[in-house]
Ligand binder design. Sequence first.
Ligand code: PLP
Length: 408
Amino acid sequence: MERPHLVRADADDPLSALRARVDLPPDVVYLDGNSLGALPVGVADRVRGAIEEGWGDGLIRSWNDAGWVDLPGRVAGRIAPLIGADVDEVAVTDSTSVDLFKVLVSLARLRPDRRVVLTDDGNFPTDVHVAVGVADLLDLEVRVVEADRLEESIDDTVAVVTATEVDYRTGARHDLHALGRAAHAAGALTAWDLSHSTGAVHVDLHAVDADAAVGCSYKYLNGGPGAPAYLFVARRHHDDLATPVRGWWGHAQPFAFSPEYAPAPGARRFLAGSPPILSLVALDAALDAWDGVDTRAIAARARTLGELFVDLVDERLDGLGVTVASPRDHDRRGAQVSLSHPEAYRVMRALIDRGVVGDHRPPDLLRFGLAPLYVSRADVWDAVETLRTVLADDAWRDPAYTQRTVVT
Ligand SMILES: *Cc1c(COP(=O)(O)O)cnc(C)c1O
């Protein structure tokens, strides 16, 4: 395989046109969209407008005149189709961690006779911390099992099964259909974290019969650093679910200023305090990049990029000390490929210095996110070739790369 062949394949792929919807620096191969998505075209102008016209000129009137009051609902309505949900099942608010807390507490309370929150050791640390905090609060127990034993570990002591569909380190992907079936057969409820799924693999919460889900909007959805997260609660639970963080924005009528709490209908009750308007404006504008995008087609593109990455690693990096740490079965992997190398941190620093931006996860992983909205086949080629040079020339041994930065 050679680069010109891939450039031609990119040119023949209609999805390649989507790359023009994001602004990336010309000299960067960006393979870290699974950590912070690229800046979509138009976001900066919209945020500037919200600050200068909305805040500066409109002041308090902008809550009505600029539609700020409806912004959480509007953005929820744009995320819903990307996750196979209906609008009233989605709320956009807070962070993934906080949303998971609210969802786990409210689900666990639907199973008062059960004591176990079940998760797996591939889960993202914040998810496990939150689960332990919830267990503390409700006098439950968190059971952490190996990722591939999650399904068989579901029994009738389990109140809630919670997992991240796509493992942030390796990209290994759970089968949410199978997990959902096993959970419901045992009378347990499910709460999925879609942080590494939405915008990367095909997500259909209705098809997997999810009870609840949360996810991050600053990764594949490109909502911007620290963008508000989203949560999903299935309509069948709406009448029974109570959020543990009851705030006025989740009230049925926030501006009635009633001292009596009455939850808003549907997922909106999971809002708590005032929405972060500037961040929501950025996320709303960022979601324009997803307008008209077929999520199945984009997931297929992620798969193509992943296959190509693994093939090129096999073909061109043989004997250079890296091994594929992601599942080789493309159905069992999200939109990323991770490689292991004993000096992964230094190798990644050397790569970043050469314009290929991925990241490092301890202890030994090089992570490459293949955000299908804007990563091309030529990017994959360039990344693998640059890695080949860094490894073959021992460029990573430069002492400058031993110094650790705070964010890796
Ligand atoms: C990125 C990520 C988060 C982020 O949580 P925040 O509270 O929004 O910072 C949570 N869970 C998973 C699985 C993630 O990948």
